[in-house]
Ligand binder design. Structure first.
Ligand SMILES: Nc1nc2c(ncn2[C@@H]2O[C@H](COP(=O)(O)OP(=O)(O)OP(=O)(O)O)[C@@H](O)[C@H]2O)c(=O)[nH]1
Ligand SMILES: [Mg+2]
Length: 447
C-alpha cells in the first residue's frame, strides 16, 4: 500500500544514473541495450513492476558542448552488425523521458552517463584542489604499496636530487606511469597518459617507448608530475609550473567527469567477473582497489569526499541506490548462475565498498545486457561466435570453466579461460537485444 501510494504521488521525476566500471567492463553495451528496451518496451521480455507498461518514450537531445549525446543508434547498429561498439573515448549522456502506468501524475525522466573507464584513476586529482596536497597523496600511495614502490622507485630517487629539470622529472614520471600500465596497475593518473583526450589509447610496447610517446598531461607542453614538500622547497619555480598545469588539467579533464559521477542518484557498478578470473589475481586486486577508491570519494564524510564536494561547489543531490552488477553473465554457464556462484563472487568482492555507504540502498544482480551465447543442454558448454580465430564468425560450441565457490587465494592469467564472443542481436531494431536480468537492475535503479 505504502509503495503504491509513494508511486502515485511521486514528485521526484528526474533521476541521474551513472554507469561505472573499468575500461572494457561493459558500460556502453549495458546502456545501449537498456535504452533499446525502454524505447521498444514490450518487445524484449523486459518486465517492471506488476505488469507496468512504458509508453511515450522520447529522447531529449541536448545542444551542450559537453558531454556529447550518447550515440545510441550507432551502438545499436554495431550490435546488429555483429560487432561490439568501439571503446568510449569521451564521456556521453543520454536523456530520455517516458510514461509509466504505475506513476500516475508524472512522466519519468532519466539521464544516463557513460565515460571511458580509464578516467576513474583521476579521482585523486578531482578530490584535491591543491597540487601540493595531491602530490603528498599520490606519493604516499606509492610509498604504501610495494608494487608502486617498484615502479616509482627511480622517480622518487630522482626527485630528491639537488637540481632537477622539468624535462627529466617528467620523463621519469612518464616511465613510472608506463610501468604501471604494463603491470596493469590502476593508478595511471593523469589518465590522459593511458587514454588521451582524442581517445587514443597508449599502444603496448617497452617502457621507454610508451614513456617517449605519451604526455603526462593534456599535451606535450602541459604536463605535470608530483613533487614532495622537500623537492618543492628546493625547486620553487618548477613547483609553480607543475601546480599551474595540475590546476588546468583538474579543471578541464578531471572535474567535469567527477562532477557528473558525484551527482548520481543511482550508480550502476559493473563487475566483469569472467575477465577478472581470466586475467589472474592481479587484475582482480586492481579492480577491487579502483572500486574502493571510487567509493572513498562518494563517502559523505571521507576526507576525499568532503574535499571533492567542497570544491565542486554544487548542491549535491544524494546518491540513494547502488546496483552492483555481475555483467556479461552470458559468458558463464547457466549452472553457475542458478547455483548462485556468480552472485556470491560479486557480493564477496563488493561488500566492503557497499559498507562504505551505509545510507545508500545496495542491490546485487547478475546480468547480461546483450546475451550472445546459448547453453548446450547436458554439458558445461556454450554456443557462441567466439571472437578469436573465427574469421567466418560462426557459432561454435566451446567449454566454459566452472566458477569457483569463493575467490581463490591465488590464480594466474589463463587459469580460467573465459572467451570473448561476438554480439548476437536482432537486426530488426524493434526487437531489443536478448538480455538476462537487465529489467531487475532497471527496476532497482529507477527508484
Ligand atoms: N558476451 C557479452 N560480452 C559483452 C557484453 N557487454 C560487453 N561485452 C564485452 O565487453 C566489451 C567491452 O564492452 P563496452 O560496453 O564497450 O565496455 P565499456 O565499459 O564501455 O569500456 P570503455 O568504453 O573502455 O570504458 C565488448 O567489446 C564485449 O566484448 C555482454 O552483455 N555480453
Ligand atoms: Mg564505453
Amino acid at each position: 500500500m505504502k509503495t503504491i501510494l509513494k508511486n502515485m504521488i511521486n514528485l521526484r521525476d528526474h533521476r541521474n544514473v551513472v554507469v561505472t566500471g573499468i575500461a572494457g567492463g561493459g558500460k556502453t553495451v549495458f546502456l545501449t541495450s537498456l535504452i533499446s528496451h525502454l524505447m521498444e518496451f514490450g518487445q524484449g521480455h523486459f518486465h517492471i513492476g506488476k505488469g507496468t507498461d512504458i509508453s511515450g518514450f522520447r529522447e531529449k537531445r541536448t545542444r551542450k558542448n559537453w558531454p556529447p549525446n550518447f550515440a545510441h543508434s550507432t551502438y545499436r547498429e554495431d550490435l546488429a552488425r555483429g560487432r561490439w561498439p568501439e571503446k568510449s573515448t569521451d564521456c556521453s549522456e543520454y536523456i530520455c523521458r517516458f510514461k509509466r502506468t504505475d506513476w500516475l501524475f508524472h512522466t519519468q525522466s532519466i539521464s544516463f552517463f557513460d565515460f571511458p573507464g580509464e578516467r576513474i584513476a583521476d579521482a585523486g586529482i578531482a578530490a584535491f584542489s591543491s597540487y601540493n596536497d595531491w602530490s603528498e597523496h599520490i606519493l604516499a600511495h606509492f610509498a604504501r604499496h610495494h608494487d608502486y614502490i617498484q615502479a616509482a622507485g627511480p622517480y622518487l630517487e630522482h626527485m630528491n636530487k639537488e637540481n632537477i629539470s622539468r624535462e627529466t622529472l617528467l620523463s621519469q614520471y612518464r616511465k613510472t606511469l608506463a610501468m604501471l600500465i604494463l603491470a596493469y596497475k590502476p593508478l595511471v593518473s593523469p589518465s590522459t597518459f593511458l587514454l588521451d583526450r582524442q581517445g587514443i589509447p597508449a599502444a603496448p610496447g617497452p617502457v621507454d617507448e610508451i614513456a617517449a610517446k605519451r604526455p603526462a598531461g593534456i599535451s606535450e607542453d602541459r604536463q605535470f608530475a608530483p613533487l614532495s614538500e622537500k623537492a618543492r622547497g628546493k625547486n620553487p619555480e618548477l613547483a609553480r609550473q607543475m601546480s599551474l598545469e595540475y590546476t588546468r588539467y583538474r579543471n578541464e579533464v578531471a572535474l567535469p567527469v567527477f562532477d557528473k559521477i558525484s551527482k548520481a542518484e543511482s550508480l550502476v557498478v559493473l563487475v566483469d567477473i569472467p575477465s577478472l578470473l581470466a586475467g589472474g589475481v592481479g587484475r582482480y586486486n586492481d579492480n577491487r582497489q579502483i572500486l574502493l577508491d571510487l567509493f572513498e570519494i562518494l563517502r559523505p564524510r571521507s576526507e576525499m569526499g568532503a574535499l571533492l564536494m567542497r570544491y565542486l561547489q554544487f548542491w549535491r543531490k544524494s546518491l540513494d541506490r547502488v546496483a552492483f552488477v555481475a555483467a556479461k553473465a552470458d559468458l558463464v554457464h547457466p549452472m553457475d548462475i542458478e547455483n548462485k556462484r556468480m552472485i556470491g563472487l560479486l557480493k564477496m568482492m563488493t561488500s566492503r565498498a557497499s559498507e562504505m555507504l551505509p545510507q545508500v540502498k545496495s542491490g546485487w544482480f547478475v546480468c547480461s545486457a546483450c546475451n550472445s551465447t546459448y547453453a548446450v543442454p547436458g554439458a558445461r558448454r556454450l554456443k557462441g561466435r567466439i571472437a578469436r580465430n573465427n574469421p567466418e564468425k560462426e557459432f561454435k560450441e566451446y567449454s566454459v570453466p566452472e566458477l569457483p565457490k569463493n575467490w581463490p587465494e591465488n590464480w594466474k592469467p589463463g587459469d580460467y579461460p573465459f572467451f570473448r564472443v561476438l554480439p548476437d542481436a536482432p537486426e530488426n531494431y524493434l526487437i531489443p537485444p536478448r538480455h538476462m536480468g537487465l529489467d531487475r537492475v532497471f527496476e532497482f535503479i529507477s527508484g
